[in-house]
Design a protein. Structure first.
Length: 122
């Protein structure tokens, strides 16, 4: 139990100082940051729920379940945040629409239509 608490404190310290080093966020880094924050938050919630059980030593998997659920939720939130359809930039509203195009896959007679729904820059 002491190792778990020490690990959580160390992760909290790492994430509290990590914000100063990030100057510019791309879509991929935003998704990754939200996923990590979700995992840490889920692990903390799992540890808190584990503390209220009758035998906490036998329910350590609550931390893992919380971290897994938190990372999935953080990933979806990061995808939503990185691919917002409406953005305000310099006082102007910009609306992003899916890009519709065609691609030629080696045959000259056939064009394949394609739609890019999610664009993420890493």
């Amino acid at each position: 139990m002491k190792k778990t608490i020490a690990l959580l404190i160390a992760l909290a310290l790492v994430f509290s100082f990590a914000g100063n080093a990030i100057a510019f966020e791309t879509g991929g880094s935003l998704i990754m940051k939200d996923t990590l924050f979700g995992a840490v938050t889920g692990a903390v919630i799992g540890a808190a729920i584990m503390a209220f059980t009758s035998e906490p030593d036998e329910n350590l998997e609550y931390i893992a379940y919380g971290a897994a659920c938190g990372s999935i939720g953080g990933m979806f939130f990061g995808l939503y945040e990185a691919t917002a359809l409406v953005e305000l930039e310099d006082g102007e509203m910009k609306i992003a629409m899916p890009t519709i195009g065609t691609s030629n896959l080696g045959t000259k007679s056939t064009l394949n239509p394609s739609v890019d729904l999610v664009k993420v820059t890493f």
